[in-house]
Design a protein around this ligand. Structure first.
Ligand code: OGA
Ligand code: MN
Length: 202
């Protein structure tokens, strides 16, 4: 079963590609929830906009339960993953946050880590792709590296595919896309203290 394969892969190598995580008709239903309003993605709360634009050029919209049943179903699948991962790894994941991301022609996201040890509490990253008819010439691949900067995998953003990896262990980048590229990026977080405030209070 795919959930077992996910657990094994996270334990063995720290990352996993789950193809057909959602069936084409489910991806289609989710596509109908893609927002019309987008805003420029921020890297961190305090980074300046100029610098950010050189690192990433996608636009985002945070997911919320009110966006419709397909979103609620998606978040429910993530809740199942959260509970299963917690049971097996005692990771103490307590919350999931996710946003749609839209990359238009020419957009990219330079190599980065989603979490830095001691600073953030993002533990497990998920990226789900919604691009049916994706062609190799469309670019926009996700490249996953290890902490020694060795390339591990080049992953096409094809519809129905979910990528999961440990947030602190895998630098990654999104290559320039030549076609519109829609995804849902999400993070399971542990409860932690940032900037002298308990996260849960934010
Ligand atoms: C991110 C990210 C990867 C992707 O949003 O942090 O790295 O393939 N996304 O969209
Ligand atoms: Mn990332």
């Amino acid at each position: 079963m795919a959930l077992d394969a996910l657990l094994d892969a996270i334990a063995d190598q720290g990352w996993f590609i789950w193809d057909d995580f959602l069936a084409p008709e489910q991806v289609q239903r989710l596509s109908e929830c893609v927002p019309e309003a987008w805003h420029r993605a921020r890297i961190g709360r305090h980074d300046d906009v100029q610098r950010e634009a050189t690192i990433r050029s996608d636009k985002i919209q945070w997911l919320s339960q009110t966006m419709g049943q397909p979103i609620q179903d998606y978040l429910e699948r993530m809740e199942q993953i959260r509970q299963t991962v917690n049971r097996d790894f005692f990771l103490g994941l307590f919350e999931y946050e996710a946003h749609f991301a839209k990359y238009e022609q020419g957009d990219f996201y330079k190599k980065h880590l989603d979490a830095f040890r001691g600073q953030e509490n993002r533990k497990l990253t998920t990226v789900f792709y919604m691009n049916s008819d994706w062609q190799p010439a469309d670019g926009g691949e996700l490249k996953l590296y290890d902490l020694d900067d060795h390339l591990i995998e080049t992953i096409a953003p094809v519809a129905g595919r979910l990528v999961v990896f440990l947030s602190e262990k895998f630098p990654h980048e999104v290559l320039t896309t030549n076609a519109e590229r829609i995804s849902i990026a999400g993070w399971f977080r542990t409860n932690g203290v940032t900037e002298n405030k308990l996260d849960i209070a934010n």
